[in-house]
Design a protein around this ligand. Structure first.
Ligand code: 5GP
Ligand code: ZN
Length: 113
């Protein structure tokens, strides 16, 4: 995806603070953190949103969910965390490459605004 900001970050064309990478996924610190720890976990494959996923994405989606706890631990989160996926206009998704927000080291509230 030529014009995708997060594809460019994954490719190293735009710098980021990487927290984890493997064959399938890339994770980096959010540029505008909403908690003391706030990183994003992405499939390397360009998928526009959660709404654009299909059964062949099951492996990478499961992989992200299973990796988050390990990255969270590495980032020093010990007391729980919030995982959020914003999807589409009402979900307030601003970057159209699927990403999981992981926020920690502060108490979250519910419901979100
Ligand atoms: P969304 O609103 O789409 O769920 O989240 C996009 C997130 O990407 C936002 O939290 C925003 O701060 C972050 N972001 C946008 N541009 C950049 C960037 O160039 N670098 C990094 N590290 N994060 C970015
Ligand atoms: Zn992309």
């Amino acid at each position: 995806m030529e014009d995708c900001l997060f594809c460019k970050i994954i490719a190293g064309e735009i710098p980021s603070t990487k927290v984890y990478e493997d064959d399938l996924i890339y994770a980096f610190n959010d540029i505008n953190p909403q908690a003391p720890v706030h990183f994003l976990v992405l499939p390397k494959k360009h998928i526009e949103s959660l709404d654009a996923t299909n059964p062949e994405d099951a492996e990478v989606l499961a992989h992200i969910l299973l990796k988050i706890k390990d990255i969270a631990k590495e980032q020093g989160i010990v007391n729980g965390y919030r995982v959020a996926i914003n999807c589409g206009p009402d979900g307030d998704q601003t970057v159209k490459h699927l990403h999981f927000h992981v926020l920690g080291k502060r108490k979250m509230s519910w419901p979100p605004g």
